[in-house]
Design a protein around this ligand. Structure first.
Ligand SMILES: Cc1ncc(COP(=O)(O)O)c(C=O)c1O
Length: 423
């Protein structure tokens, strides 16, 4: 179904949304839906190769495993960072070859390591002695990346306390790998999702150099550096991405110059998909609160004495569970579809999902014009960590995805073969 490609000359995500809303209206249906712009992935790819020409991206599948997305990224030459047997299977199913897959999870189940081994996926990460032991028994020919710890306190999600070996433990880990005759070919790290401080990359690339030096002394031939993910995926964050790229390129040139023979890869997730997806939801219920609501005085002056509660048909138990992460609700910036008849006056509005659950609050208070039941609300930048984290709570179905692509991109990249569709 997700391969049901929608394209037309000059057709964009917005054109598709307009048509779909009209179509649903004619069928008396209000199903929510995602639209995924494959052109957006292509633009991101072009930006990446321009700004980080030495770094080969291995897309972090966990971020959004939509097959149409994975196929597009494969067509663009991207590799895949997989966290489990299921993701390796998925990557293989869309045609990724084993040399384009890394198994980037430091806590792997035995059967998943076996699956990687039998399917020729050799590059995998580790950060502790027990993982080394497991790998030596099941996949003795694996090519290992030692994941090192990063101070990720400047990122939206942090893994520091769980993942990555501290520098003082590196010697011991490498010595054990030697004893087990395992091949350690490089270093990996992940600065945490949505990193806000590019100097974190500068520091950890220097740390990685230090680990390479230790490994070389122990007789390893290291030739791969994996700089992880953490890059913002919003188009309005382009300047930030450019600044990050400058810092990363300078650190790579200093510690791993082009003639060092070290290949550089990364594991970007949200960078590729965040801005590609728009979620379109329908207002299924509404409550107007007219009592003297507890509002800050500056709001009382500008707002009439009522607040709105809207219930829409996707929510925190569905595609939007990421709002539970600190600060993530700031990403929720709903706006009505342009065909909706809305008031000039804006009201403080609380947005709820459809499950009648106290935890299904999408946004605390947001200024919106008055909406009506049946209106369509849109959320841009909904491609990262949305669908993949959904539950089936209260029996709501998975929100469908409609991938769209313009004829120009379709022909430029010769996508007929990729999607097995002749348009
Ligand atoms: C090991 C690893 N690599 C890459 C990523 C992708 O991160 P992002 O989507 O921020 O680029 C994650 C996400 O948590 C991760 O855990």
């Amino acid at each position: 179904m997700e391969d049901q490609m929608h394209h037309d000359k000059g057709r964009t995500k917005n054109d598709f949304i307009d048509g779909k809303i009209k179509h649903l209206g004619s069928k008396d249906s209000e199903e929510p839906f995602f639209v995924a712009s494959l052109d957006s992935l292509y633009m991101k790819h072009l930006r990446w190769v321009t700004k980080l020409p030495r770094v080969e991206p291995f897309y972090a599948v966990k971020c959004n495993g939509t097959p149409a997305v994975l196929k597009m990224l494969r067509a663009l030459g991207t590799g895949f960072d997989c966290a489990s047997k299921g993701e390796i299977k998925l990557a293989i199913s869309i045609g990724a070859t084993p040399n384009k897959i890394i198994y980037g999870n430091t806590t792997k189940a035995l059967s998943h390591i076996r699956y990687a081994c039998t399917h020729g996926v050799n590059v995998m990460t580790f950060d502790n002695l027990d993982e080394l032991q497991k790998i030596s028994v099941i996949h003795a020919k694996a090519k290992l990346l030692l994941r090192i710890a990063v101070d990720d306190s400047k990122s939206m999600t942090t893994h520091h306390s769980i993942f990555g070996a501290r520098l003082e433990t590196v010697n011991k880990l490498l010595e054990r790998a030697k004893e087990l005759s395992l091949e350690v070919i490089g270093v990996s790290f992940h600065v945490g999702s949505e990193c806000t401080d590019n100097l974190v990359f500068k520091k950890v690339i220097g740390d990685a150099r230090h680990v390479f030096d230790i490994a070389n002394l122990l007789g390893f031939q290291m030739n791969l550096l994996d700089i992880g993910g953490g890059f913002s995926g919003r188009d309005d964050q382009q300047v930030k991405f450019n600044k990050f790229s400058e810092v990363i390129n300078a650190a790579l040139d200093e510690h791993f110059p082009a003639d060092s023979g070290v290949k550089i890869i990364a594991e970007p997730g949200r960078y590729f998909v965040e801005s590609a997806f728009t979620l379109v939801m329908n207002v299924i219920s509404k409550t107007v609160i007219t009592e003297d609501v507890d509002k800050p005085s500056e709001i009382k002056e500008t707002s009439p004495n009522k607040m709105m509660m809207y219930f829409v048909n996707d929510g925190v138990s569905g595609s939007l569970s990421f709002v539970n992460i600190a600060h993530a609700h700031e990403k929720i910036e709903p706006f009505p579809h342009k065909t909706m008849e809305t008031s000039e006056q804006k009201y403080l509005s609380v947005l709820w999902g459809p499950t009648c659950n106290i935890y299904d609050k999408i946004t605390e208070s947001y200024w919106l014009p008055e909406l009506h039941i049946g209106d369509w609300l849109l959320l841009d930048n909904m491609g990262a960590y949305t669908l993949c984290l959904r539950t089936n709570f209260s029996g709501f179905e998975r929100t469908r995805i409609y991938p769209v692509v313009t004829a120009e991109t379709w022909h430029t990249l010769n996508l007929s073969h990729t999607y097995n569709i002749i348009l």
